[in-house]
Design a protein around this ligand. Structure first.
Ligand SMILES: [Zn+2]
Length: 378
């Protein structure tokens, strides 16, 4: 194992942060799996999973079982980890710019396309290597102007050439679920089984430039550009990436984290990154649903929220989800019941129990796509 400290751009005199990565196995070996935790810095279940996974990887490496190589970044956002306001963590948005730490990643297809086009050949594997080399060149040439840009660049430098990328997040209160692009689903299906996810939300470019889609989107978008240019040349999907939502913010305990780390390790065996007999795959607990079919429920009025259902509950259209109560209302209509507009599992709900008008209450994984435009929340 190699532990590396990557300095970030210093934003101010006398101030400097760094990112820490751990590399297991030969950096030239494949497959490469990149795993990071807590890019949204107050989302801590993944950080504890990384701690448990690190011990498993250390044992595997000591036993000579690393076939491919794994890069693990247990605390992917040192900027957000250091932001607090009113004694509360503020790890989702950078306070200086208001930017979400998991948005605004660059368009890597656009970044390499002009250079790639004349270099394409009829060998798909060679084209994958060329894309990775051009991406590395582009990232190295990127001169970040801010600390936040330097964090994005460093994370991409560590992850851009990975075959598999696992980005560990969590929701407010939630059951285990994951987001991925459609092109990534086949190689990720065993992971969904091993983790026992209760919802899989698939999209094709959700919008906003999240980390996972920056890495997976590059490949299918380049394949589309190749076809649009009239070139009959192969480019396989070089990276399958996913955002894994490890339940809710307070689900940070050894029992969950050690089980999740064991599931990730089993996936590494399945993927051929670690040598050994992979465990039998359990059944897939849920079928994937389109992210465009996920309904976000909103409070119609401000008030105190009393939930009628829990994350993991399966709902039919019209089922009551929460009462939003305005105890100051003059008339009789003090209770506003918010109901499911689609059928499916309630996979997440907010942790606050006071809603402002229009505030988010929860999310239901519906089977049928109905939304258009940017699909991710703030
Ligand atoms: Zn997150």
């Amino acid at each position: 194992m190699v532990r590396t400290e990557h300095p970030l751009l210093s934003p101010s005199l006398g101030s400097g942060k760094h990112l820490v990565s751990f590399t297991f196995g030969d950096p030239q070996a494949s497959p490469k799996v990149y795993i990071q935790a807590s890019l949204h810095a107050e989302e801590l279940p993944g950080m504890l999973v990384a701690h448990h996974l690190r011990a498993l990887l250390e044992s595997a490496e000591a036993a000579g079982l690393m076939k491919g190589h794994v890069v693990l970044v247990p605390a992917a956002n040192p900027i957000g980890l250091n932001q607090r306001l009113d004694h509360k963590p503020m790890g989702r948005f950078e306070l200086d710019t208001g930017e979400n730490f998991n948005r605004h990643y660059p368009d890597l297809a656009e970044a390499v396309w002009a250079d790639l086009q004349p270099m394409l050949v009829e060998d798909g594997a060679r084209n994958v290597s060329t894309v990775r080399a051009l991406t590395a060149k582009w990232l190295r040439a990127w001169q970040p102007a801010t600390e936040l840009q330097s964090l994005r660049r460093q994370l991409l430098l560590l992850a851009h050439d990975a075959d598999l990328v696992l980005d560990l997040h969590c929701d407010w209160e939630a059951v285990l679920h994951l987001y991925a692009e459609e092109a990534c689903w086949p190689p990720l299906e065993p992971l969904a089984r091993l983790l026992g996810v209760q919802a899989v939300l698939l999209a094709r470019n959700s919008g906003g430039g999240p980390f996972d889609e920056c890495l997976s989107g590059q490949w299918w978008q380049l394949a589309e550009r190749i076809a649009a240019a009239g070139l009959d040349l192969p480019l396989p999907q070089g990276c399958a990436s996913t955002t894994i939502e490890l339940r809710g913010e307070t689900d940070v305990d050894h029992a969950h984290a050690s089980a999740d780390a064991a599931a990730l390790m089993a996936f590494l065996l399945h993927a051929g990154a670690v040598q050994g007999t992979p465990p039998a795959l359990p059944p897939l607990p849920c079928q994937p649903t389109p992210l465009a079919g996920s309904e976000t429920l909103h409070a119609p009025v401000p008030g105190v929220v009393a939930y009628r259902v829990r994350p993991g509950d399966r709902l039919a259209v019209g089922d009551p989800v929460a009462d939003v109560i305005d105890p100051t209302a003059a008339g009789a209509s003090r209770v506003h019941t918010v109901r499911a507009g689609v059928a499916g599992v309630l996979y997440a709900r907010v942790s606050g129990r006071y809603a402002v008008a229009g505030g988010e209450l929860g999310k239901i994984a519906g089977e049928h796509a109905f939304r258009t435009g940017p699909l991710l929340g703030a």
